[in-house]
Design a protein. Structure first.
Length: 570
């Protein structure tokens, strides 16, 4: 007998293929679907405009295009990979928010700076330069001229050595950076911060936008900024994660106070102290979570049709589900989904951290430092201390926090809102959750089945309301009675958080179930099936394939109707 998940998977994919044929839908394409989110904003940000006001004003045209184009992507693009179908719409909405942040709420070329690692002292710089000269056969007078520059800059504290000393992109200089004359090969300067030269003492510097550098250097700086999760390693870093002290005004090539970075922040985010601990911790976490997710998602699909169809369908359920009260069933479903979502996010961060760190270490060593890869979640004690505000503001993963806070930060910095006022606090709170709701609603919109995206928006707005309600209740208790014991406070905070989520989370969880997201196979290799334990996962037989990803999970060449849609389909 064919399983429900297999029937739905085939039906959804057939409907999408039919929509492709009649032209009412498109797959997510590279580069087409990324034009508004990554390509156009990145190219615009590489154009120096600090001293060119007329170029800076063109940001409004770029923003208008990104908004219109990405809304189009949300409406017409999807995928037969059910995980990508949801994340594709989310990615398009994120592109709008990030473009707003980079072009309107913030001014990266004027104020942003990233941390780079350089060899400390003139000796290390000269050594790297002499190696570069030997490899490129630079003439004696070039060496003398370059050494003179190094000595002059060293008197003033040194300058950032680009390429190896920044991010490995073509060895550029900053607007005030060190200039190597007469064709010193940019690639050879990577020895300044190459991993094998880390036996020499290093120091950390701030690097602002390299306006006078070649195009690829500027592009590398911009892409680094746009892809740095939570602003890690940048002056824009959120304060929840490990970061150095960020001065109010940053000068190019100023020293970074690395000693101010703690292993654990007040919000509970941590980072590895050693590379060995980083690698072992991440690989073991990834292995265990892959097995855990394989088990949990398989059980969801095999035992409860709700996770495949959502609440708006009638279906037969197993006796152990039918015998539960509606309240018990809701609590069990919400708890199951919460555990799976947390595990999936941690696993994604784990994979990202390992891939990103070792890519940087091999290609851009000056950007490879462990403290810029913090844990996915903060400390759960924040929920005990602050309730729902701690749940969303400190414990949760904070991936999008930088852009969510950008509008209120912009208004505060320019005096439109008064810091600490009730209006400012409420505005910041509701605008943050409004953006979060729109982001997740876009993910729902881009899935193949018919969903109710507004439910996700309402869910997040209700979280803001819940925070306000809890804070007013807590203020009332403090005003009318003596201080409560700490355990009572902890119990009240966790009880309110769980209670509020119990009544509001079904709007989010129901819509995710209806979107077909749980049809996605979370891991390509099922370790339990590989070991012959398929029955543990609810398989009808013990020989079900351990390789879980079919052809719909892989990249395909797309045959477009228009040349600009040519590319690779996800």
């Amino acid at each position: 007998m064919e399983r429900l998940e297999d029937t739905l998977r085939v039906a959804y994919r057939e409907s999408f293929h039919q929509a492709l044929q009649d032209g009412s839908a498109k797959p997510f394409l590279f580069p087409y679907s990324m034009l508004g989110t990554m390509i156009l904003p990145a190219l615009w940000l590489t154009i120096p405009h600090v001293s060119r006001p007329w170029i800076y004003q063109t940001r409004w045209a770029v923003l208008a295009f990104v908004v219109m184009f990405n809304v189009h992507v949300m409406r017409v693009c999807s995928s037969t990979n059910f995980g990508l179908a949801y994340s594709g719409g989310l990615f398009a909405a994120w592109g709008i928010m990030q473009t707003l942040g980079m072009l309107v709420w913030k001014r990266p070329q004027f104020e942003a700076a990233r941390v780079v690692k350089v060899v400390k002292g003139i000796k290390g710089i000269k050594k790297a330069m002499s190696e570069a000269e030997a490899e490129t056969e630079i003439e004696t007078e070039t060496e003398t001229e370059a050494d003179a520059d190094v000595g002059a800059e060293s008197v003033n504290g040194g300058q950032i050595l680009h390429k190896g000393a920044t991010n490995g992109h073509n060895g550029s200089t900053g607007q005030q950076g060190l200039r190597l004359r007469n064709g010193v090969a940019n690639g050879s300067l990577e020895k300044v911060a190459r991993p094998e030269s880390m036996s020499e003492e290093v120091e950390y510097r701030w690097q602002k936008f390299p306006a006078e550098a070649p195009f690829l250097d500027r592009l590398g700086w911009v892409l680094d900024l746009m892809t740095s999760l939570r602003g890690a390693g940048w002056s824009y870093s959120i304060n929840s994660i490990p970061r150095p002290t960020i001065p109010p005004i940053i000068h190019d090539n100023a020293k970074v106070d690395i000693s101010s970075i703690s292993l654990r922040t007040t919000s509970g985010f941590t980072h590895a102290a050693t590379e060995r601990g980083f690698l072992f911790g991440h690989l073991s976490t990834c292995l265990l979570l892959s097995i855990f997710l394989d088990f949990m998602v398989s059980q969801m699909k095999r035992t409860d049709p709700y996770f495949l169809l959502g609440p708006d369908h009638t279906y037969d359920v197993p006796p152990f589900i039918a015998n539960q009260s509606p309240q018990q069933l809701r609590f069990c479903r919400l708890s199951w989904v919460l555990v799976v979502i947390v595990a999936a996010i941690v696993n994604l961060f784990t994979i990202y951290n390992v891939c990103h760190y070792y890519t940087c270490k091999m290609i851009f060593p000056s950007r490879a430092f462990l403290w810029s890869y913090p844990s996915a979640f903060g400390g759960f004690c924040e929920v005990l201390d602050r309730g729902l505000a701690g749940w969303w503001g400190s414990w949760w993963h904070q991936t999008f926090r930088l852009q969510f806070l950008a509008p209120s930060t912009y208004l505060l910095e320019r005096g439109y809102l008064r810091k600490g006022s009730v209006v400012a606090n409420l505005f910041g709170l509701f605008v943050t959750f409004l953006q979060s709701g729109l982001l997740h609603a876009a993910g729902s919109l881009s899935t193949i089945p018919r969903t109710k995206p507004l439910n996700q928006l309402w869910f997040f707005l209700l979280q803001a309301l819940g925070i306000v309600v809890q804070q007013y209740l807590a203020a009332g208790l403090r005003r009318w009675g003596p201080g409560l014991p700490r355990l009572v406070k902890y119990g009240g905070n966790i009880a309110f958080s769980i209670g509020w989520l119990y009544f509001t989370a079904p709007m989010f969880v129901d819509d995710v179930a209806a979107s077909g997201l749980w049809l996605y196979e979370p891991v390509p290799v099922s370790v339990l099936r590989l070991l012959g334990l398929g029955r543990v996962l609810g398989d009808g037989n013990a020989t079900e394939a351990w390789w879980r990803w079919d052809k719909e999970y892989w990249l395909k060449i797309y045959e477009p109707k228009h040349w600009w849609e040519a590319g690779i389909a996800f």
